[in-house]
Design a protein around this ligand. Structure first.
Ligand code: HEM
Length: 511
């Protein structure tokens, strides 16, 4: 009965729907095994005894392991390692928060059988990362195996020291201001298209597709220096979704990723050739221009080229998730739409001086509540921390979202209130959506720049209503992000006179 309940929980149903062939094969095998056991049990008394003893032993072992106090004598943190709790964590938005309330800020759970130590609190997490750096290694996803040295995020210390500084320096210097006009024009083109489509489709349209297409162009402008109307943007928008990084699915998956990587690298090379030929189509302050100026043969080094492609892919993915949430929060907040409209557009790169403009406040508050959820590491040597022992072989999950919802740091923590960011700078122990350790985000300023532009264009230029919705959800893994319901639809229209006299359309797309 319990096995049946577990087998029909949503994460497993979602996987079955995504891989029906595999689900059918596994289901058939399990049904055949169950039938064979049932037949043996009916035919032989000894088999009946053995089966009863085995299932009793399995149930006792599962119960023993699922007890919150399991491992207390060895110093393990409290919390259940049971499979039911593990699956519940995928579907229950407040699972980690509830566990922290019940067991304290360091607790354990399991992700499909693998124990995970969860830590809530930015200060606590930073201390743990600093004091036990040698006991922590990147928690890589399977696609990393397909790369020469791996993704920057997953590199060991030596490779990271070799590869990261150049990318960090380049991303810090990318010329956001020069890209702004092209980025805004590209966004308006997508939002106007959304308006036209939503008028033609009475049920409304999904804003996600338009946000993604804008981002493909905006990130291409920042990384490759090409305008939002460059024909290569369409190719990039088609290739990026094929880089399906959060799954591991055999030969077809592997081939698709390698083909998409090859396609993206070919585009990089085309742009590099344009740059070498002195083409004005490649903007000087873009990532590729800065990379080639620093290292003319950079694209001949697989680790450089692969990371360039994958940073572009991950940046687009993270930002597309963020835009989804911004549309949702801003849609529910007429006050903040008005604040942004009253203030008008802010020009230039990411803003940091107080008081912050309303659009940046909206972006930062959205990141406090959503999209920035966790940081994972693999524990490679036992860790003694705050009276607990975390054994080697476990995963470590720094609970970023839950740390951002601590009422002693952020009053009314579940309320969307961008005003908290207007006049107050928050320390990294209080607000840390981009991490802050050796692998901390290299693109936080890029994210805040693009999010601010998005909030401004959306609020100032458009009105929208929700035509269909459902509960928030996420895909079927603990490391997937929560998102607004995929069936969510909106209808949008342009506000009269919103684009007048702001100078954006008058400027040619940056070349
Ligand atoms: C919603 C937007 C974003 C969020 C919430 C975010 C968050 C993060 C976090 C938490 C990390 C640390 C991961 C770890 O320690 O395991 C990280 C790493 C990284 N991020 Fe972001 N990021 C965002 C957008 C971007 C963008 C736009 C770029 C590039 C322009 C970028 C580039 C990177 C890179 C290169 C790393 C790896 C750094 C390293 O390993 O040295 N991110 N990001």
């Amino acid at each position: 009965m319990l096995a049946l309940r577990i087998a029909t929980m949503r994460p497993l149903r979602a996987d079955a729907a995504a891989h029906p062939g595999l689900a059918l094969a596994l289901g058939t095998m399990m049904a055949a095994a169950a039938a064979a056991i049932a037949w043996a049990v009916a035919a032989w008394t000894e088999a009946r005894h053995v089966a009863s003893a085995c299932s009793l032993a399995a149930m006792i072992a599962a119960w023993w392991r699922a007890r919150p106090g399991h491992g207390a004598s060895r110093g393990w943190p409290p919390g259940s390692l049971g499979l039911r709790a593990s699956l519940a964590a995928i579907d229950d938005r407040s699972y980690y928060r509830d566990q922290a309330e019940r067991h304290g800020p360091v607790f354990k759970m399991s992700q499909f059988g693998r124990p995970v130590a969860c830590v809530v609190g930015h200060e606590r997490g930073r201390r743990l990362f600093a004091e036990h750096a040698g006991a922590l290694a990147p928690a890589k996803l399977p696609y990393n195996r397909l790369l020469a040295k791996g993704l920057l995020r997953y590199m060991g210390r030596d490779d990271h020291r070799q590869e990261a500084p150049l990318f960090r320096a380049i991303l810090a210097n990318v010329d956001l201001e020069a890209a702004e006009s092209s980025v805004r024009a590209g966004l308006r083109a997508q939002l106007d298209r959304l308006c036209a489509d939503s008028q033609a489709i009475p049920a409304g349209v999904s804003p996600r597709d338009y946000g993604f297409r804008w981002l493909a162009g905006a990130v291409a402008r920042l990384f490759l220096g090409v305008g939002h109307d460059d024909p290569r943007v369409e190719r990039i928008a088609a290739l990026l979704p094929l880089l399906h990084l959060h799954r591991a699915g055999g030969t077809a998956w592997r081939r698709r990723i390698l083909d998409a990587m090859a396609g993206m690298t070919a585009i990089l090379r085309e742009v590099a050739d344009d740059y070498a030929a002195g083409s004005p189509r490649v903007a000087p302050g873009s990532v590729i221009a800065l990379l080639l100026a620093a290292e003319p043969d950079a694209l001949d080094r697989p680790a450089r080229a692969e990371n360039m492609v994958l940073i572009e892919r991950l940046a687009t993915g993270d930002l597309a998730g963020l835009l989804d949430w911004i549309v949702l929060f801003l849609g529910d907040s007429p006050r903040w739409r008005d604040e942004v409209r009253r203030h008008g557009r802010t020009h230039g790169g990411a803003q940091s001086s107080l008081p912050l403009d309303p659009a940046t406040c909206v972006a930062m508050e959205t990141l406090r509540l959503e999209q920035s959820e966790f940081v994972y590491r693999r524990v490679v040597a036992p860790i003694a921390f705050e009276g607990h022992t975390i054994p080697a072989g476990w995963l470590l999950r720094l609970c970023v979202n839950e740390s951002h919802r601590d009422a002693s740091v952020h009053p009314d923590p579940h309320v969307f209130d961008p005003a908290r960011f207007r006049d107050r700078a928050w320390s990294r122990n209080e607000y840390s959506p981009f991490g802050g350790h050796a692998h901390g985000c290299m693109g936080g300023h890029v994210a805040l720049f693009l999010a601010r532009v998005f909030v401004e264009e959306l609020a100032i230029g458009y009105e929208w209503t929700v035509t269909a919705d459902g509960p928030h959800e996420r895909w079927s893994r603990h490391r997937d992000h929560w998102r607004p319901n995929p069936r969510r639809r909106i209808a949008m229209r342009a506000r009269a006179g919103a684009h007048e006299d702001d100078g954006v359309e008058a400027l040619a797309p940056a070349s």
